[in-house]
Design a protein around this ligand. Structure first.
Ligand SMILES: Nc1ncnc2c1ncn2[C@@H]1O[C@H](COP(=O)(O)OP(=O)(O)OP(=O)(O)O)[C@@H](O)[C@H]1O
Ligand SMILES: Nc1nc2c(ncn2[C@@H]2O[C@H](COP(=O)(O)O)[C@@H](O)[C@H]2O)c(=O)[nH]1
Length: 400
């Protein structure tokens, strides 16, 4: 048996008898899912920087210390938890405002199952809850030199508040004008290999003899900025993303001919002759796969740049008059410092546990989880939240 966290082992092993299989003591919260108890925070904290997770397998009595994927929530002054479904647990942080309070610990989602297989170990994944919706990320692939970067730059220049670029990691050397953290995160191969092993990447591939990869964080940063994420990745990477739980739109960009592709690669002047030859050899296979693999939803032919850009805008629904989606104007409120969660169908009722405060405030916070979308890797979207004021005459007013 693994070393047990120094808290209520007995209670855990006997199980809980409360409504939602949730119990909190000394900073931890525990939630029972099947024959496992997930202990979140407190004694399971792995560092002062994030809320830790460990699992008690009730049948064997073993403690399991899973690989924890995704951006982890920072510890707060306590939290509450409720089992949403058999695959994820909702965690709400005490005292935090309703725009940053909700986190999902995924214990058996498609992504978690995939990662368990890949990493060959026990896995859980965090995903931050976000109010409202965002459009699906866009994956753009195509042979080197076809013009993917050029098209993406045009889109981001015309719609700076709408799109955000997923900054990949690569082991290749930076080009003269490239900036670390802007064009790529330039990284040593050994460091990147370790991070891949640790499950930090949504996808990765060996491209033209260098490693390239999209970290989970790269996609989350864009989502957090409220923007639609664009990934410029090769066909192998697109295949991995297609097989993942990240729902995206997949676009393949074709050159008008191999001669024109060669001309563009040479004119760019960023590769040695040997590298140009390698990229051209790889281009043939990529174009074949791009056209026949069934990965891609859309094909674009980049002959005339302006025409191709207009086609890209059209398939993204940007050919009419575009107005940015209005940001949610929902009220932001603070969660009580100590609160309980009650699940009723698809609604989570959040109430203060402190009696004096309860009397002082008639405010009940309701979290609607009926339309959740996405999840790890990335954010869980579609949360709706409102408060309810109860009046002495028995009437209730809902504040959106
Ligand atoms: N339609 C076009 N006609 C002529 N030149 C173009 C066209 N589209 C892009 N280019 C030029 O081709 C070169 C390669 O384009 P770009 O760097 O955008 O390709 P890429 O697909 O992003 O390549 P990589 O995969 O290597 O990053 C650039 O010099 C760009 O200005
Ligand atoms: N699978 C991935 N492929 C990526 C990623 N970032 C870039 N790329 C692809 O690599 C080639 C070469 O790029 P270059 O900047 O060296 O010219 C190109 O096809 C990109 O699409 C990634 O994160 N994952």
């Amino acid at each position: 048996m693994g070393e047990a966290p120094a808290f209520f082992v007995d209670v855990l092993q006997k199980g809980f008898a409360n409504d939602f299989d949730v119990k909190s003591k000394g900073g931890e919260t525990s939630v029972v899912v099947g024959n496992r108890t997930y202990v979140i925070g407190g004694a399971c904290e792995e560092s002062a920087l994030s809320i830790g997770v460990c699992i008690l397998d009730q049948s064997s009595g073993e403690w399991i210390y899973p690989v924890v994927l995704g951006t982890k929530p920072r510890p707060s002054k306590g939290h509450s938890a409720v089992l949403l479904s058999e695959d994820r647990i909702l965690i709400t942080k005490n005292g935090s405002s309703t725009d940053v309070f909700a986190w999902f610990l995924e214990v058996d989602t498609q992504y978690v199952r995939q990662q368990k297989k890949i990493l060959g170990t026990e896995v859980v994944a965090w995903s931050k809850g976000v109010r409202g919706y965002a459009e699906k990320p866009i994956v753009i692939s195509g042979p080197s030199g076809v013009g993917k970067g050029t098209l993406i730059s045009m889109l981001m220049k015309e719609y700076p508040s709408m799109f955000g670029f997923s900054v990949s990691h690569t082991t290749r050397a930076p080009r003269a004008m490239e900036k670390d953290g802007v064009h790529y995160h330039f990284i040593e191969r050994s460091v990147m290999e370790k991070e891949i092993k640790d499950g930090k990447f949504l996808e990765f591939a060996s491209v033209h003899e260098n490693l390239y990869g999209t970290s989970v964080e790269a996609v989350e940063v864009v989502a957090d900025a409220g923007k639609r994420c664009i990934l410029d990745i090769d066909v192998q990477g697109a295949r991995s993303v297609r097989a993942s739980s990240l729902e995206a739109i997949f676009i393949f960009v074709c050159p008008p001919s191999m001669e024109e592709l060669e001309k563009r690669l040479r004119a760019r002047g960023t590769e040695t002759e040997e590298q140009v030859q390698k990229r051209l050899r790889n281009a043939k296979a990529e174009i074949e796969q791009g056209q026949s693999s069934g990965i891609f939803d859309h094909m674009l032919y980049n002959d005339n740049l302006e025409d191709c850009y207009q086609s890209l805008k059209k398939l993204l629904g940007l050919d009419g008059t575009v107005t940015a989606a209005p940001k949610s104007a929902s009220k932001v409120v603070d969660l009580p410092m100590d609160h309980s969660l009650t699940k009723i169908d698809n609604k989570i009722i959040i109430n203060s546990r402190t009696p004096e405060l309860e009397k002082a405030s008639t405010n009940t916070i309701v979290l609607d989880v009926s339309a959740l979308k996405g999840g790890a890797p990335g954010r869980t979207r579609g949360l709706d939240i409102y408060t309810m004021d109860s009046f002495s005459d028995g009437l209730t007013r809902i504040n959106q």
